[in-house]
Write a protein that binds this ligand. Structure first.
Ligand code: FES
Ligand code: FES
Length: 156
């Protein structure tokens, strides 16, 4: 076992892990953080997306030990007090959530994009979520939501 310390959604965490386990396994099975979903388990669907140092990663193939000393944000860390993050609100307002399985990953990929690029084109949005699969929405409303959020997110 290996002890690591990192920041999870603003709180300092200390946890003992198996050096071979994934970040997704640690979050869900050791820490009870269920926002990141397990879909394919091999880096292809984006359901497990979280932010490590403000960059979206596939937690299912990201070694848990690599977050030692770093900052991790999951969908649980986006809400600000009583208020949803503007990207979360935009997904609701535009009807971009159906079953919701892809939604945490989509929103965190969108956050990575909007943190680095405040006014992306629809093409750039499409590229940013190209690693996130949605089986329900046909993507148009998700792209609408991210475009809509880009008008608001610079204020958050
Ligand atoms: S569960 Fe990680 S990319 Fe599919
Ligand atoms: S809303 Fe169901 S997979 Fe995207």
């Amino acid at each position: 076992m290996q002890n690591i310390e990192f920041t999870l959604n603003g709180s300092q965490i200390e946890v003992s892990i198996d050096p071979r386990e994934s970040l997704l396994h640690m979050l869900r099975n050791r820490l009870g953080v269920f926002g990141p979903k397990e879909g394919c388990g091999k880096g292809e669907c984006g359901a497990c997306t979280v932010l490590v140092e403000h960059n979206a990663v596939n937690a299912c193939i990201f070694p848990a030990g690599k977050v030692d000393g770093l900052e991790v944000v999951t969908i649980e860390g986006l809400q600000q007090g009583e208020h949803l993050h503007p990207i979360q609100q935009a997904f609701i307002d535009t009807g971009a959530v159906q079953c919701g399985f892809c939604t945490p990953g989509m929103i965190l990929s969108a956050k990575d994009l909007l943190d680095h690029h405040h006014k992306p084109s629809r093409q750039e949005i499409r590229r940013a979520i190209s690693g996130n699969i949605c089986r329900c929405t046909g993507y148009s409303k998700i792209i609408d939501a991210i475009e809509y959020a880009s008008k608001d997110v610079s204020k958050s």
